[in-house]
Design a protein around this ligand. Structure first.
Ligand SMILES: Nc1nc2c(ncn2[C@@H]2O[C@H](COP(=O)(O)OP(=O)(O)OP(=O)(O)O)[C@@H](O)[C@H]2O)c(=O)[nH]1
Ligand SMILES: [Mg+2]
Length: 766
């Protein structure tokens, strides 16, 4: 039995790779081959038991395979397969395998099966197989090594048919060259005859019946001198033999199964109890094709160009993604085809067909595995294509909607068509990996894109509707000339809904009930929300209305009553949402309950929380709250009126006393407006109501106070702008800003014209 301890510095430790029971020592094996180059020669020795195999290997490669102790007696010394890495002083020379001997008195049927299995294993992995024999067995009809030779030939034959290079069979004849024995050249001749005879008897695969031994093997013979009687000569011959073995294997065939697959091969051989050569051929093809495929997959995965493509595809659309990936993949598949060329079926035998199948199926596996590596990058590419197309759609639609109009959606179809075309074109130009069959993924991405485009367009449509409705609601509420505000709101809502519906049909092809009702709901919600916001501000709206009413009517008492009436109507407008019904009851109740009593402020009774016949969800301000607001409002207005009246009179009296001009004759409503609302809000009121601005200008134009008014106007202009800009109104309602500016310009123009008139009529007062 071999020992694993080193006996000298040069001795190389051997390790049991497969034990006598066929158990593979995986960890030990990996230890031996770790760091071993894939191209290192593998040399195995087979032959009859106790024929000096281990002794020869130890002399050839300085290994420490166990050898028989002659004192104890003959029997199996080496069991299973032992392995060692042979080294020169500087570098590894070879991996050597020492096999359990064949033949011998202990052998039973099981041993014979095991013998064949180990021999097959050695043949599958070794580049050179040494067949060791006693000189006395050469030419013997019933020599112990004959069945072994037959097995070796059968296995070698089937393997070598697929091997691009010949395998070396090195026959070593022991104890030759003695003076009394057969001369070595005669031994060689007889041995060659033996070999030919056995070769002839070995059944050849279909279509290869005439194959010559020399077509697939390099046959070499070495006769070694007697180990004990001619030791010096023996040692010399061993040195020569070592050189020969190593030099043969300098340029190694790649067709051998690599050592890294040794465990797998052993498992296959071991599980193939009823051993026959053809399954073994299949096994060889399977393992080899698998190895080559794995190798190509590894090379593909570490290919620099691919890694760059993969990396780039993470962050951007790579225009040549499909074509480049395909070309890199094809390179490795072509390499696979070249290296597995020997497994192409060359005969009509059924096993050849299977081998051919194996080759193709391993190629398919390789393709699938490589494509699996590519898939995430492909999906990224589709993702980029999708988002770029969506971006391009958004840009196109935005460009067409510059003027903020629902009707811009009529161009939806044009944008849509050009974007879909762009996606299809780029998908086929940039993303298609010809080797893959990913059409389904591409069409899923396409469907998702179409959904996203429509969703985006619908969102835009909603936004557009919101902006349009909000602006119109605000206009209606603040525009003094609109009496029936809710009637006006209902009417433009209807128009806007119609336009939105047409736009939606443009987007979705036909009228989609769900979308139309969603849009209607959206429009309604928007109006309600805007109105709710405004109703929180009802006091201010009433104040503005008060000034507006006074300005439009003149400064008489009946105008004040009318102004109060309009303010109460404003309160009524803001108290209830009237999208479905006019709910006239609210106005009637408020007028009868509050207006009659306008001057006394008490004795008013309103039904408490609800308006009669008005659903609660339509109520923004309850009757009681209305009363509260009204009472406060009236008190406030009366107080302001009194102050402004006093100041106005006082000022006029002062001017009369001092006899300076016709006095300060800005209209009283304007003074009241500035007093109650403050400068910014007053100027905003002017913007909403250009009529008011021109009245102010006309009023001011006939008085010397115009310059002050104008300066105020200028001041107001900047103050208001600042004020407005600190509010978030501009960003929320860009169109309000636009309209404000327009009205501001109108106001300013009026004031400028008025100043010119004044300049002609009276001297300017600084
Ligand atoms: N006559 C002769 N004896 C040898 C030679 N080589 C080795 N021996 C002896 O033969 C015996 C068997 O040697 P091993 O090297 O153990 O033989 P083996 O073929 O490895 O034996 P198994 O592993 O049991 O199959 C030992 O006693 C060796 O000393 C040789 O060339 N000539
Ligand atoms: Mg041995």
């Amino acid at each position: 039995m071999a020992t694993t301890s080193s006996t000298s510095l040069q001795t190389i430790m051997a390790l049991e790779m497969i034990n006598g029971d066929g158990v593979f020592n995986e960890s030990g094996f990996e230890e031996v081959i770790r760091g071993t180059a894939a191209s290192i020669p593998v040399i195995a020795i087979v032959g009859p038991q106790s024929s000096g195999k281990s002794t020869l290997m130890n002399h050839l490669f300085r290994t420490d395979f166990g050898v028989m102790n002659a004192q104890i007696g003959r029997g199996k010394t080496t069991k299973g397969i032992w392995i060692a890495e042979a080294r020169s002083d500087i570098e590894p020379l070879a991996v050597v395998l020492d096999l359990e001997g064949t033949d011998g008195k202990e052998k039973g049927e099981d041993d014979r099966a095991f013998e064949k299995q180990t021999a097959l294993f050695a043949i599958a992995v070794a580049h050179t197989v040494i067949i060791n024999m006693w000189w006395s067995d050469v030419g013997r009809e019933h020599a112990a090594n004959r069945p072994l030779l037959k097995t070796v030939f059968e296995a070698m034959l089937s393997l070598s048919l697929f091997s691009p290079e010949k395998t070396t069979l090195h026959f070593v004849v022991r104890d030759g060259n003695s003076k009394t024995g057969t001369p070595s050249n005669e031994l060689e001749r007889i041995l060659n005859e033996d070999i030919e005879e056995i070769w002839e008897a070995v059944p050849k695969p279909l279509g290869n019946e005439g194959t010559l031994l020399t077509e697939i093997f390099n046959v070499e013979v070495t006769v070694l001198s007697h180990y004990e009687y001619m030791r010096d000569k023996f040692d010399e011959e061993v040195v020569q033999l070592q050189k020969q073995l190593i030099s043969h294997n300098l340029d190694l065939s790649t067709s051998k199964i690599s050592l890294s697959s040794a465990k797998k091969i052993w498992d296959i051989i071991k599980n193939n109890k009823g051993f026959e050569v053809p399954p073994f051929r299949l096994m060889f093809a399977t393992t080899r094709c698998d190895e080559i495929a794995m190798d190509k997959l590894g090379l593909f995965q570490s290919n620099q160009a691919w890694l760059e493509l993969e990396q780039n595809a993470k962050t951007q659309l790579v225009k040549e993604f499909g074509a480049q990936t395909n070309s890199i993949l094809t390179t490795y598949l072509t390499d696979y085809d070249k290296e597995t060329k020997n497994f192409e079926s060359s005969t009509n035998g059924s096993y050849d067909q299977q081998v051919h199948e194996v080759r193709s199926s391993k190629r398919r596996d390789l393709t699938l595995k490589a494509l699996k590596v590519v898939y995430p990058a492909y999906m990224n590419t589709l993702g980029h294509l999708r988002s770029e197309t969506l971006r391009s759609f958004t840009t196109q639609l935005r460009a067409r909607r510059e003027n903020f109009s629902l009707s811009a959606f009529e161009s939806f179809q044009t944008c849509y068509d050009s974007c879909v075309l762009q996606f299809d074109q780029q998908c086929s130009d940039y993303a298609t990996v010809e080797l893959a069959n990913w059409e389904d993924d591409a069409s899923t991405a396409r469907e998702q894109l179409l959904r996203e485009i429509k969703e985006h367009a619908l969102n835009q449509l909603r936004d557009e509707l919101s902006i349009s409705l909000t602006t119109k609601v605000l206009n209606a509420v603040r525009d003094g000339s609109v009496r029936d505000k809710w009637g006006c709101i209902r009417s433009f809502m209807e128009t806007e809904n119609e336009t939105a519906k047409t736009a939606a049909v443009g987007i979705f092809g036909s009228e989609n009930e769900q979308i139309v009702s969603d849009l209607e709901k959206h429009a309604r919600d928007r109006v309600v929300a805007t109105f709710k916001d405004e109703s929180l501000n009802v006091d201010q709206l009433m104040r503005e209305r008060f000034i507006l009413a006074l300005a439009m009517g003149g400064n008489t008492m009946s105008t004040k009553e009318e102004a109060y009436r309009q303010c109460l109507d404003m309160l009524s407008t803001m108290a209830v949402i009237r999208l479905d019904d006019a709910y006239d009851v609210v106005q009637t109740v408020l007028r009868s309950e509050l207006l009659m009593d306008a001057n006394s402020n008490d004795g008013i009774f309103l039904s408490p929380v609800t308006w009669e016949n008005v659903p609660l969800q339509m109520t923004l301000i309850t009757p009681l709250r209305c009363k509260e607001i009204w009472t406060n409002f009236k008190q406030e207005m009366e107080a302001h009126l009194a102050i402004v009246d006093n100041a106005y009179q006082e000022h006029q009296q002062q001017q009369q006393r001092s006899g300076t001009g016709t006095g300060w004759s800005l209209p009283k409503w304007a003074i009241l407006g500035l007093w109650i609302l403050g400068v910014p809000a007053f100027i905003v009121l002017l913007y909403w109501n250009p009529m008011l601005a021109s009245r102010l200008a006309i009023g001011a134009a006939v008085s010397s106070g115009l310059v002050t008014a104008l300066q105020n106007g200028r001041y107001m202009y900047s103050a208001t702008q600042e004020d407005i800009e600190t509010d978030d109104v501009p960003s929320r309602h860009p169109r309000i800003m636009e309209s404000l500016h327009q009205n501001l310009n109108t106001t300013y123009e009026c004031l400028t014209i008025a100043q010119r008139i004044l300049n002609l009529a009276t001297p300017v007062v600084a």
